[in-house]
Design a protein. Structure first.
Length: 249
């Protein structure tokens, strides 16, 4: 995705250069001060060898980087084995987002809801907390037949931003863009992009890369909710059940 998001070379979690902490502004949840100086994020899902070779679904792990390739956060899914194997990409999950001191600064919760229908009770949602236990907001799916639509809401369920995806979410040697729009849906203010990672990786793993852009002056709480929205979009549209993929070869 040249010219839009930086794509640094992969490195181990312990070897990655971390972004130095900026000053903490007033009314900022601890740990989110990093987002005050950021208008782009790159999310790189780690390839799990066990999953790639056996199709056995493992907990997802992600590095969250800034545009300079410095690591900002590390995200780790916390879901039991039975849920992962039985529910596949539609599974409910808890996800922890950690800082460079391995302290949890954001907690994501996706409840179990059926993905095969669009009744209001089954629309997908993710709750974003920071610090854990304090709700910042939600990314909630809207009812739509053809085009994926979501709202970014604050803790009071007020719509702050909207997200609108493409009609086709297939990645055929290119990126898939979800537009981040103003609350009225009239202006694009950012983007969540699933990035093409190459034929081999796309075919044999479900490890995805995403790029996020948002306004620099957007409230850090809403930046955190947009980050949570990226994980919901990953699971809904791009998380493949490897045991199904491998069975086709």
């Amino acid at each position: 995705m040249a010219g839009r998001f930086a794509a640094p070379a992969p490195a181990g979690y312990g070897q990655m250069q971390w972004m130095p902490p900026p000053p903490v502004p007033a009314n900022c949840p601890p740990g989110l001060e990093y987002l005050t100086q950021i208008d782009q994020l790159l999310i790189k899902q780690q390839v799990e060898l066990l999953e790639a070779f056996t199709g056995f679904e493992t907990n997802n792990k992600y590095k969250i980087l800034n545009s300079m390739g410095q690591q900002v956060f590390f995200a780790a899914e916390d879901t039991d084995c039975c849920t992962r194997q039985c529910c596949g990409p539609g599974r409910p999950f808890e996800m922890k987002i950690l800082d460079n001191h391995e302290q949890e600064i954001v907690h994501l919760t996706r409840p179990l809801r059926c993905q095969s229908c669009l009744f209001p009770c089954c629309l997908q949602e993710i709750e974003v907390q920071s610090p854990p236990g304090t709700v910042l907001g939600y990314c909630a799916q809207e009812w739509s037949i053809c085009i994926p639509k979501f709202t970014i809401q604050n803790a009071d369920r007020e719509t702050i931003l909207r997200i609108e995806g493409p009609f086709c979410q297939c990645s055929l040697c290119g990126d898939v863009d979800f537009q981040v729009l103003s609350a009225d849906g009239q202006n694009q203010v950012g983007r969540i992009s699933k990035q093409w990672t190459g034929l081999v990786k796309e075919a044999f793993t479900d490890a995805d890369n995403f790029g996020i852009t948002f306004p620099m002056d957007l409230d850090v709480k809403m930046k955190a909710v947009v980050l949570g929205a990226c994980f919901l979009i990953d699971f809904m549209f791009f998380e493949q059940a490897q045991n199904q993929d491998n069975s086709s070869y």
